[in-house]
Write a protein that binds this ligand. Sequence first.
Ligand SMILES: C[S@@+](CC[C@H](N)C(=O)[O-])C[C@H]1O[C@@H](n2cnc3c(N)ncnc32)[C@H](O)[C@@H]1O
Length: 222
Amino acid sequence: MSDKINQIDFQDLRNYIDRIGYKESNILQELRAETKKISDLSIMQIGAMQGSLLQFLCKIGNFKKCIEVGVFTGYSSICIASSITEDGILYALDNSEEYTNIAKKYWERAGVNHKIKLMLDDGVLSFKKLLEEEQESTFDFIFIDADKSNYQQYYESSLKLIKQGGLIAIDNTIWKGRVFDNNDQSSGTDSIRKLNDFIYEDSRVDHCLLTIYDGMTLCIKK
Ligand SMILES: C[S@@+](CC[C@H](N)C(=O)[O-])C[C@H]1O[C@@H](n2cnc3c(N)ncnc32)[C@H](O)[C@@H]1O
């Protein structure tokens, strides 16, 4: 790994990137501000630069059929839905009516409502439903950003649902550095650490763990 970045002051770098590194739309800025006001858990939202990367990936890949597990108030779903093809569809999975009611409001405002199908249920059950509907190997892109204890299950279901050459992105794979703190044996950390080790050995995918925000692993199904 290059160590050039080690010589940089990280706060200076962050300020610089936040100023000129990407553009966040007005709707996304408003959603970030509203989420901060209504929830102590606003930290769950993906970073703005990460949102910008999701938009790039969806555009470059010309993605049409996608899944997101972990909608929260809708930030990443807007990034994805606004960047997939006009006839594309995003299955948005979450078990919280409270959070997704906010997401719905912003989907409408962002003009992406028609591309999103909300599945309000436990994520594991929603994945099971998609598999029962015989949608195996039909998805272009899947974004995993929900409860960490189910990450391995979401990953395995995603591998079944994604087509060959399709992309799976998994959020929080650095987990604020806890994955490489051996004193941290909490269940969330353990779950992510195990999945990271598992993906490293998984010959079904090519992978790359990006040090963006809280870490995001990209996997391409071979
Ligand atoms: C980290 S947040 C997602 C953030 C979102 N991607 C964004 O950009 O704002 C995690 C979400 O997962 C949802 N969640 C937690 N456990 C779940 C489960 N078992 N099934 C489905 N959703 C779940 C929570 O309700 C929460 O909205």
